[in-house]
Design a protein around this ligand. Structure first.
Ligand code: ADP
Ligand code: ZN
Length: 842
C-alpha cells in the first residue's frame, strides 16, 4: 500500500474545492488517479511546482513502484484535514503537467457527482472526460547493474529464464516489461524480474512517453516583411523561384504543400529563397474536422406548427431566465422534435449560452451533426469515439477554448468542457446505450440531467417511447411533460399488424421463417418500386449449431452461450468474447455428419431473401458490417438514393433514419427479446416495435409494419401495434409496482466475477453476509447470490447479488458499508462490478 487511504469507500462528502485565491501557496494536493481505487491520494508539492498547481491540472505522481498521471482535485495549505498521517508519510508530486488546468470547474463537479453516485473511481471518470491519448504513459525499464553485468560473464550456455533475461539485457542495454514477457512468458517474467532485483543484478527505472493526441501543424509560407529583405535577395532569380514569389505576391500566407503544388516547384527552391531571407516560414495548427468532406443539408426555415410553438413556449421561460428546468418531450418520430431542439439551441446561443445534445449511438451522429452544422456552422463540435484521436483532440480543444459552443455527442459528450451551459438535449432518452457498461460506470442521460441542474440549464429529454422512469417522473411533476402528438403534415403512422406464427406453424406442420403474409408484402412493395426494412435481433447466420444425431450444441469455451455460425467466413463465433473457430464439418461430440443450424441470423435471412427474390437488391446492416468505418453510412446512403431495395439488419436499423420511400417493415421475430430474463424485456420490445413503426411511411405513401411472433397476445405487442403508449404504461407500471422494480425501488446490482468458481461463489456469499449485517434495519431487500443470467463470460464465472430499496439513500448506505467491509478483508474491488440503477439485470 503506497499511500494511506484517506476516504473510505463510503462517499463521505468531499469538501468543495476551495477557490484558489483563498489557498496561499498550497503545500499539498489531493489527487484522483485513473485506477480502480475509490480513494484520492495526497501528495506534497515541491517548491517549484507550487505556482503551477491548479485544481484540474494533471500531475505525474508516484504510486507504488510506478508513476501515474492523476488529476489535482483539491489544493491543501496543510495536512490539518488528515488526522491519520503526517508529512513524512507523504510522497511528492513529480511534475505538474498542465500550467492551465485541463479539467474545468464544471467538469470537475459533474465527474465528482458521477463518482459518488455510481461508485466509479473519480480518476477514471476524469480520464473518460478527456480525449484519449492526452495522458503520458509511463513504463518500467530494466537495466543491468555492474553486478548483473559481471554475472552475464559467468553464465554458461544453459537456457534458463534468468540466463535469457540477463543475456538480452546485456545485448540491448534496457528492456521493458513487454519484451521480458515475450522472452520468458508472463508468469516467469515477473518472478524472474523480481528475483534479479532482489539479488541486485537488475535495476529498474521509469520512462515517460507521451502517447497519442497533439495538435496537427503545417508549415505556412509568406513573403518576408522584415526590413532589408530586398538587399539580401539573390542576384539572379531562377524561374522556379520567380513562380514562388508570384504565388505569394498577394501578401497572403500559403500552406507549404499548396505552394509547392501551385508554383510547381520542389522544396529546395523554397529553402533557397528562405535562406536568402525572402520568405518567412511558420508553423500553424491545422484543424482536423470530422465533417470536412461531408455534404451538408440545406437549412430549412419552417414556420413552426401550433404544437411545436406550444412546446417551445414552455421551454423558453426557464431558458431565458437562466433557471433549471427539466422537460420530457414525447413525440412520435417525424413529429418535429428535432426542429424544436434546433430552435431552443438558437435561443440559447442568442443568450450567449452554450448547448449540448446527446444521442444514443455513434450511428446517429452523422445525420444530426450535419443538420446542426448547416444550422450553426463551425460552432458545432462533435464528440464520439469513432472519430480519429486527432479529430477528437481538436474538437475537444475547440470546446475548451470556447470556439465551439454546441456539442453533439454520445454519452461521454456529457463531460465536454463547455462553459456557460444553457441547454442540454438528450434525444431518444429511453435508449440503454446511455448506460456505460464498463468502468467508469454511469448513465449519460441521468448525468446530463444532473449537470443541467448544477449549471442552471434547461434539459429536454426527447423520445417517441419514453422510458418508464421518465414518464413516471413527468406524472409526478419532476419533469414537465410536453407532447407533439402527431406527425408533421399529419402523415399517418404506419399501421402495425401482428402475424401469428402459431397459425403458420399449424398450416405447414413445421416452423417457417417467413409467413406468407410477409412474403406477399415484400413482393408487393418491391413491385411498386418502394423499399422495405427487415429486422432481426441476431447477427450471423444461425443462432447455434446442433447435431441431429446426438443433440450436441457447440458452446463457447469461455462463455455460457452457444456459438453463432457466420457463413460468409465459415466460422462459428461467440458474440460476447469474439472467440472464433472454423465451422465444424462433423459433430465434435459424436462424429455424426448431420450438423444442423438452428435459428436464423441476419446473414441467413439475407441469404434466404436473396434466393426468394432474385431481383431484390439487398444490403445487410448489423454490428458485423458496421465495424468498417463508413460501411454503415454507405449502405444507408445507397438505400436513401434508391440503389438498394431492402435493408436487412438488427435493431441498429430501427433508429433515427428517415427514408421516405420505405413502406414496409417486417420484424422476423420478436420472441427472443420478449423472453429475456430482465425486468425491462417488455418495455424494450414495446420501444423496438414503436420505433420500427416510425420507420415505415415517412414519405407520402402510407407504411405497413408486420410483426411475426408466437406470443400474439402479449400486452407489449398489443399496445405497440395500437400505438398506445399510455395503455402500455398503465399495464407495465402496475407490473413494476407489484414486483418491486424501478421506478418504485432503487436497484443496485453487484456482480462478482473470477476464474475460480469456488472462490467467486464464496466471495458472493461473503458479500451477502455483509449486506445482511448492514441491513439490520431491513430497509433493503437483498436477492442472491445467484449465478448471473450469463453465468460464464470470457472465461470467468459470474454471480449476482441484487439489492432493492424504496430509499436510495439507504440502498447506498447498505451497499457501501458492505463493500467497505469486504474490501477491508482483502477483497479485490475490481472483481465486483457495482451498478447503481442498472438498465438491465442480465
Ligand atoms: P423528429 O425529430 O420528431 O423525428 P423532425 O424534427 O426531424 O422530427 O421533423 C420531421 C420532418 O418534418 C423533417 O423532415 C423536418 O424537416 C420536417 N419538419 C419539422 N418541422 C416542420 C415544420 N414546422 N414545418 C414543416 N416541416 C417540418
Ligand atoms: Zn465467448
Amino acid at each position: 500500500m503506497p499511500q494511506k487511504l484517506e476516504t473510505s469507500f463510503q462517499t463521505t462528502a468531499v469538501s468543495p474545492a476551495a477557490s484558489e485565491s483563498e489557498v496561499k501557496a498550497p503545500l499539498y494536493v489531493k489527487v484522483a488517479v485513473p485506477l480502480h481505487v475509490s480513494q484520492t491520494f495526497t501528495y506534497r508539492l515541491p517548491e517549484t511546482a507550487r505556482e503551477l498547481a491548479h485544481v484540474g491540472s494533471r500531475v505525474l505522481v508516484p504510486l507504488g513502484r510506478s508513476a501515474v498521471t492523476g488529476f489535482i482535485v483539491e489544493l491543501l495549505p496543510d495536512l490539518s484535514s488528515h488526522r491519520t498521517f503526517t508529512d513524512s508519510d507523504i510522497r511528492s508530486v513529480e511534475k505538474v503537467l498542465d500550467p492551465t488546468p485541463l479539467i474545468t470547474p464544471e467538469v470537475l463537479e459533474i465527474t465528482r457527482w458521477v463518482s459518488q453516485y455510481y461508485g466509479s473511481p473519480w480518476g477514471e471518470v476524469l480520464k473518460a472526460a478527456l480525449p484519449p491519448g492526452i495522458n503520458p504513459n509511463s513504463e518500467q525499464l530494466f537495466t543491468l547493474t555492474p553486478k548483473g553485468l559481471a554475472r552475464v560473464g559467468e553464465l554458461d550456455s544453459e537456457d534458463t529464464a534468468e540466463g535469457r533475461v540477463l543475456r538480452a539485457l546485456a545485448h540491448a542495454g534496457e528492456l521493458n516489461g513487454e519484451t521480458l514477457i515475450k522472452l520468458v512468458g508472463k508468469r516467469e517474467a515477473s518472478r524472474t524480474a523480481k528475483e534479479l532485483q532482489i539479488r541486485g543484478l537488475v535495476a529498474t527505472h521509469l520512462r515517460f512517453a507521451t502517447a497519442g493526441a497533439r495538435p496537427r501543424t503545417q508549415r505556412i509560407v509568406q513573403l518576408s516583411k522584415l526590413p532589408g529583405a530586398e538587399e539580401r535577395a539573390p542576384r539572379k532569380v531562377t524561374p522556379a523561384q520567380q513562380r514562388i514569389l508570384d504565388a505569394l505576391s498577394n501578401q497572403q500566407t500559403v500552406p507549404l504543400p499548396e505552394l509547392l503544388r501551385v508554383a510547381g516547384v520542389s522544396i529546395s527552391a523554397v529553402n533557397t529563397l528562405h535562406k536568402y531571407g525572402q520568405l518567412e516560414i511558420a508553423e500553424e495548427n491545422v484543424r482536423r474536422d470530422p465533417l470536412a468532406l461531408a455534404t451538408l443539408p440545406q437549412v430549412d426555415e419552417y414556420t413552426l406548427t401550433g404544437a411545436q410553438n406550444q412546446v417551445l413556449s414552455q421551454i423558453e421561460p426557464p431558458l431565458r431566465s437562466g433557471a433549471y428546468g427539466a422537460f420530457l418531450l414525447h413525440g412520435v418520430t417525424g413529429s418535429g422534435k428535432t426542429e424544436v431542439y434546433l430552435r431552443a439551441m438558437r435561443i440559447s446561443l442568442e443568450l450567449g449560452r452554450a448547448a449540448m445534445m446527446l444521442v444514443p449511438e455513434i450511428a446517429l451522429t452523422p445525420v444530426f451533426s450535419r443538420r446542426l452544422r448547416s444550422n450553426f456552422g463551425d460552432q458545432v463540435a462533435i464528440f464520439h469515439s469513432s472519430l480519429s484521436k486527432g479529430e477528437r483532440f481538436d474538437e475537444w480543444v475547440r470546446v475548451k477554448t470556447g470556439a465551439a459552443r454546441i456539442v453533439i455527442g454520445t454519452r461521454s459528450g456529457v463531460f465536454a468542457p463547455i462553459a456557460n451551459l444553457g441547454l442540454v438535449i438528450v434525444d431518444e432518452e429511453h435508449e440503454s446505450t446511455y448506460r456505460q457498461q464498463d468502468s467508469p460506470r454511469y448513465n449519460g442521460r441521468d448525468t446530463a440531467i444532473v449537470r443541467a441542474q448544477k449549471e442552471n440549464a434547461v434539459v429536454i429529454l426527447g423520445s417517441a417511447t419514453p422510458s418508464l422512469e421518465s414518464f413516471h417522473n413527468s406524472q409526478t411533476g419532476k419533469y414537465q411533460y410536453l407532447q407533439l402528438p402527431s406527425r408533421i403534415g399529419d402523415r399517418p403512422m404506419a399501421s402495425a399488424r401482428i402475424v401469428d406464427m402459431r397459425e403458420v406453424f399449424a398450416r405447414h406442420k413445421k416452423p417457417r421463417v417467413f409467413s406468407e403474409e410477409l412474403l406477399e408484402a415484400i413482393e408487393a412493395t418491391h413491385k411498386k418500386g418502394e423499399q422495405s426494412i427487415i429486422l432481426l435481433n441476431r447477427r450471423g447466420y444461425s443462432s447455434f449449431v446442433l447435431c441431429r444425431s446426438c443433440g450436441e450444441t457447440i458452446q463457447c469455451p469461455n462463455c455460457d452461450v452457444t456459438l453463432t455460425y457466420h457463413r460468409s467466413e465459415r466460422v462459428i463465433v461467440c458474440h460476447y468474447c469474439n472467440h472464433r473457430e472454423p465451422a465444424p464439418e462433423k459433430c465434435p461430440a459424436c462424429d455424426g455428419k448431420y450438423i444442423y443450424y438452428v435459428g436464423e441470423g441476419t446473414e441467413q435471412i439475407e441469404a434466404m431473401l436473396t434466393k426468394l427474390f432474385a431481383t431484390l437488391r439487398i444490403a445487410r446492416i448489423d454490428r458485423d458490417t458496421a465495424t468498417r468505418r463508413g460501411a454503415f453510412e454507405k449502405s444507408l446512403f445507397d438505400f436513401s438514393a434508391g440503389k438498394i431495395d431492402m435493408l436487412v439488419g438488427t435493431q441498429m436499423l430501427a433508429k433515427g433514419h428517415d427514408f421516405p420511400n420505405v413502406t414496409l417493415v417486417g420484424v422476423v421475430s420478436v420472441d427472443a427479446g420478449l423472453a429475456l430474463p430482465d425486468f425491462r424485456a417488455a418495455e424494450r420490445t414495446f420501444q423496438l416495435i414503436t420505433q420500427v413503426a416510425g420507420r415505415a411511411g415517412r414519405g407520402e405513401r402510407p407504411g405497413r409494419v408486420l410483426i411475426q411472433t408466437y406470443h400474439p397476445n402479449h400486452y407489449a405487442l398489443r399496445h405497440a401495434c395500437a400505438q398506445d403508449y399510455s395503455g402500455f404504461y398503465r399495464e407495465e407500471i402496475r407490473h413494476r409496482q407489484n414486483h418491486g422494480y424501478p421506478p418504485f425501488v432503487s436497484l443496485a446490482s453487484l456482480l462478482l466475477h473470477g476464474t475460480a468458481l469456488g472462490k467467486v461463489r464464496a466471495d458472493a456469499l461473503e458479500l451477502r453476509k455483509e449486506l445482511d449485517l448492514a441491513n439490520q434495519e431491513r430497509s433493503c431487500r437483498i436477492l442472491g447470490p445467484a449465478p448471473a443470467p450469463l453465468a460464464r463470460l470470457k472465461g470467468e464465472h459470474r454471480f449476482q447479488v441484487l439489492v432493492k430499496s424504496r430509499s436510495r439513500k439507504q440502498l447506498r448506505k447498505v451497499v457501501d458499508t458492505a463493500l467497505d467491509a469486504v474490501m477491508g478483508r482483502g477483497q479485490n474491488l475490481r472483481a465486483i462490478n457495482l451498478e447503481i440503477d442498472p438498465v438491465s439485470i442480465m
